[in-house]
Design a protein. Structure first.
Length: 176
């Protein structure tokens, strides 16, 4: 039973820049650069028949390629930080692509996802102090990537784990 999600990949040069942001938070589990991505839609564990239907429906998506910029760092978890991430600058093309993925998944019977916040997870945190995370964000929070082109999206599979990979590209879908 595969665990699936759709995403856009982060180019190697942008990933290299993100690796320079590593360090400064005790106990952080930093994501390997080859696993950096912007999730479009988490699908979850599905049977093989539904996985095939998802792959087929995603093949019908017709969208134009677009550019993305990572703009700023933040954290999820509030007073109990659980992840540090790079934010994606507001982007209509990205939001429209994600909304189409959401509609496809709901048509196939999956429950709606929570509010979408495009980001690249940099580290997962366990028992990190709010002070350390605040200091980290104060020092590095103004990060901004160069714009990068998004020529495709992918369907990833992952093993059931605590996150961060390994991810396997099951299918790729070009954007025109």
């Amino acid at each position: 039973m595969p665990r699936l999600f759709t995403a856009i990949e982060i180019p190697e040069e942008v990933g290299s820049g993100l690796t320079l942001l590593r360090g400064g938070i005790s106990g952080a589990r930093w994501i390997n650069p080859e696993f950096y991505h912007v999730t479009l839609r988490f699908v979850g564990d599905v049977d093989d028949a539904l996985a095939r239907d998802i792959a087929q429906m995603l093949g019908q998506v017709r969208r134009k390629a677009f550019d993305v910029v990572l703009d700023g760092l933040d954290q999820f978890g509030g007073h109990k930080p659980r992840a540090v991430f790079a934010s994606v600058k507001a982007n209509t093309a990205l939001l429209e692509l994600q909304a189409e993925h959401e509609r496809i998944m709901q048509r196939l019977g999956l429950s709606p996802e929570r509010t979408y916040k495009p980001h690249v997870t940099l580290a997962r945190l366990r028992d990190a102090s709010t002070r350390q995370v605040a200091d980290y964000l104060a020092l590095r929070g103004l990060y901004r990537s160069t714009p990068f082109h998004v020529p495709r999206f992918v369907l990833y599979s992952s093993r059931d784990s605590v996150g961060g990979g390994p991810y396997i590209v099951e299918a790729e879908y070009p954007l025109t």
